[in-house]
Design a protein around this ligand. Structure first.
Ligand code: MF3
Ligand code: CO
Ligand code: CO
Length: 266
């Protein structure tokens, strides 16, 4: 039991699944425009994963305990939606921010990544929230090293979010990933350095902070999936899948058009 360490052969499969998830996010970028529906984005991503990449979209029919089967192939979380937004006939409009979350399965292994997309020109607050949440993700990633602790990751994320006047969602976290979509450990996006699970080379998990412009509290919608901010403030999220290496970390979900690590994070 406990957290399984990936073998070199497994890591190669994780690299492939991860890159493919990133490439879906690259592909869909050109389609995120005012007027497109999230169902259309779902269909485009589904077809790309299945027909072009030979992947299985992990969300489709995914049914963890206590949840109805997820009805679509990607998650599309708009504005005050925090995560798990279900694609629908809702059209995106200028000024919206939307998180697109892609999880591929290739040769049994999962790759999980999400990005924020800005629809036309967005408010200064929306742009700042997207930028700060991106920095939060990378500040967390940069703390990953063998001998470190998951609390190092959480503290770095929480400190940067709160320094900027934003809050960290508590109810959802990153997760171990591999043959299973959501595996041990839970990767909290808040905490105290030096606490929590000790990191070992060969662990793979996601870092996917959900950052709210207002208070941290969330509510669940009637569909059983979509999570929104309780105070209706904007929320943003970015996600990468990472591997703990002998010297630090490797981001498994990078692709040609991934936004680069911010220069402020080292
Ligand atoms: N991709 C999400 C994550 O990062 C999980 C989505 S579960 C789904 O963990 F069923 F909603 F797709
Ligand atoms: Co995830
Ligand atoms: Co995800």
């Amino acid at each position: 039991m406990g957290i399984q360490l990936k073998t070199p052969a497994e890591i190669d499969k994780m690299r492939l699944a991860g890159r493919l998830a990133g490439e879906v996010l690259d592909y869909i970028d050109a389609f995120v425009k005012p007027g497109v529906t999230t169902a259309e984005l779902d269909r485009l991503c589904h077809d790309y994963m299945v027909d072009v990449q030979g992947c299985i979209p992990a969300p489709l029919n995914y049914a963890p305990p206590g949840y109805p089967p997820y009805p679509k192939s990607i998650c599309t979380s708009i504005n005050q939606q925090v995560c798990h937004g279900v694609p629908s006939e809702r059209a995106l409009k200028k000024g919206d921010i939307v998180n697109l979350d892609i999880t591929t399965i290739k040769d049994g292994y999962h790759g999980d990544s999400s990005r924020m997309y800005q629809v036309g020109d967005c408010s200064i607050l929306a742009k700042r929230l997207c930028a700060v949440s991106f920095e939060c993700m990378w500040l967390g990633i940069a703390r990953v090293r063998p001998g470190g602790h998951l609390g190092d990751v959480g503290e770095a994320i929480q400190r940067h979010a709160e320094k900027n006047g934003f809050s960290v969602v508590r109810e959802f976290c990153g997760h171990g990933i591999g043959l299973k979509f959501h595996d041990e450990p839970q990767v909290l996006h808040y905490g105290k350095a030096g606490t929590g699970v000790e990191l070992l080379a060969g662990m793979t998990f996601t870092i996917e902070p959900m950052i709210n412009a207002g208070k941290a509290a969330i509510s669940e919608m009637q569909d059983g999936w979509t999570i929104v901010t309780k105070d209706h403030s904007l929320s943003a999220q970015w996600e990468h899948t990472v591997l703990v290496t002998d010297s630090g970390y490797e981001v498994l979900t990078l692709s040609a058009a991934s936004p680069p690590r911010p220069a402020s994070v080292r």
